[in-house]
Design a protein around this ligand. Structure first.
Ligand SMILES: *Cc1c(COP(=O)(O)O)cnc(C)c1O
Length: 413
């Protein structure tokens, strides 16, 4: 008898994005001429930078002749890419990370789930609330939680609320936790962490022998020089933090797939008796056993993002999306909404007007303004009463969306 992993049955049905898709499809069926603007899913829209396209073409051509053909590469990534990441993401900021502490992969989403392979089931896990749902669901899948309650919160997880009342600064957990997920700039709230705040978490982790999973998928959107782009900008963080980074949002790789995870050699986990065990060899073993490397042309494309042309083209892309974010932020504030984020992140997080629920605001925005966003409650109980709009749209749609929201809100006053 083949039994199943019953923990999967605890996962909640009606996952956020399918439910959004269902409501949008129902609406479009009844209103076939509606010009719906999609600002829901966090996916990029602009084409790949030319320097990356060109590097990938060249790499494909190399594969076409026996002299330059390449088969399996190192599972951890080619050294041309790992060295470039070391130099352009860390050493340039005074952070001493070695190439062999960088593990190239096919995505930060996959990595954040895969990391759980090397940690004991008894670890207590803390997540922010609202949160990127992958952190929670992957912990449910491995069996680290009980069932979900009426709010969708799983027993066994520690939820740290972030909302306007605490200025989106999570309080330290009131009970000891072992693994902590932090994502900054934050998805979904678009808020950022100051260096002092990250230091508080690093100090907490050092004191409690905890490990921080720091998801920096949106680091490229930080323009404020005071805001850290890596947790390793905080002294001592290499002893307690794993950092996840991706080419998805900065270089437009959501459909190409390339990311990397930094596991410093100084990072320690613990045996049940308390003796320290380095995490690096465990992750190296896991990665080498279950993964066979990112495709060569994709790694060449990723490396091209660090060439002078690549860097400049990515800066333009970021400027483009962040101009949308600024327009959204200012437009919605002008329309009288309370708006958060959007300054160093491609998301704005708004308080629903008139205290209506996130899903009611979703329906209102879809039916009255033909705009699709993401209900805050879909990211966790503390997201109720909030709503996320993405700046990953084109300029015309962003401007049109602002016009429609202004008109709709003005008609209500
Ligand atoms: C988009 C995103 C990622 C990137 O995931 P990939 O698998 O690398 O595309 C990681 N974390 C968060 C919070 C994200 O929003």
């Amino acid at each position: 008898m083949a039994t199943i992993n019953e923990h999967y049955l605890k996962l909640q049905a009606g996952y956020l994005f399918p439910e959004i898709a269902r409501r949008v499809s129902d609406y479009c069926q009844s209103n076939p001429n509606a010009q719906v603007i999609k600002m829901g899913i966090g996916d990029v829209t602009q084409p790949l930078p030319a320097a990356i396209v060109s590097a990938m073409h060249t790499a494909i051509d190399e594969m076409a002749t026996a002299e330059t053909f390449r088969g399996y590469g190192p599972e951890q990534g080619h050294s041309f890419l790992r060295d470039a990441i070391r130099d352009h993401c860390f050493r340039n900021r005074g952070i001493d990370i070695d190439s062999d502490e960088i593990f190239v992969s096919d995505g930060s989403k996959c990595d954040s789930g895969n990391l759980l392979d090397i940690f004991g089931i008894e670890n207590k896990v803390a997540v922010l609330d609202p949160v990127y749902p992958v952190y929670v669901d992957t912990n449910v899948m491995v069996g680290r939680t009980g069932a979900a309650d009426a709010n969708g919160q799983y027993s066994g997880l520690v939820y740290l609320p972030v909302n306007a009342e605490n200025d989106f600064q999570p309080a330290l957990p009131s009970e000891p936790v072992d693994l902590i997920y932090l994502c900054y700039p934050n998805n979904p709230t678009g808020t950022v962490a100051t260096k002092e705040m990250l230091k508080t978490w690093v100090d907490y982790a050092r004191k409690n022998h905890s490990i921080i999973f720091f998801d920096a998928a949106y680091e490229a959107f930080v323009s404020d020089p005071e805001i850290p782009r890596s947790i390793y900008e905080v002294e001592g963080a290499q002893e307690v933090a794993i950092e996840l980074r991706s080419f998805s949002k900065n270089a437009g790789f959501t459909g190409i797939r390339c990311a990397y995870t930094v596991v410093p050699k100084k990072l320690m986990g613990y045996l049940p008796g308390g003796s320290p065990q380095a995490i690096h060899p465990l992750w190296n073993r896991r990665h080498g056993t279950k993964f066979n490397g990112v495709s060569y042309p994709v790694q060449r494309g990723a490396a091209a993002s660090f060439s002078p042309e690549g860097k400049q083209q990515i800066e333009e892309l970021i400027r483009f999306y962040m101009n949308n974010a600024r327009l959204l932020r200012e437009g919605l504030m002008g329309a009288g909404l309370q708006v958060y984020g959007g300054l160093n992140a491609p998301y704005v997080w708004l308080k629903t007007p008139g205290e209506i629920s996130s899903w009611d605001f979703f329906d209102q925005l879809l039916h009255e303004s033909q705009i699709v966003g993401t209900p805050g409650s879909g990211f966790g109980a503390s997201g109720e009463g909030y709503f996320r709009l993405s700046a990953f749209s084109n300029l015309e749609n962003t401007q049109e969306a602002i016009r429609r929201i202004e008109a709709s809100l003005a008609s209500k006053t």
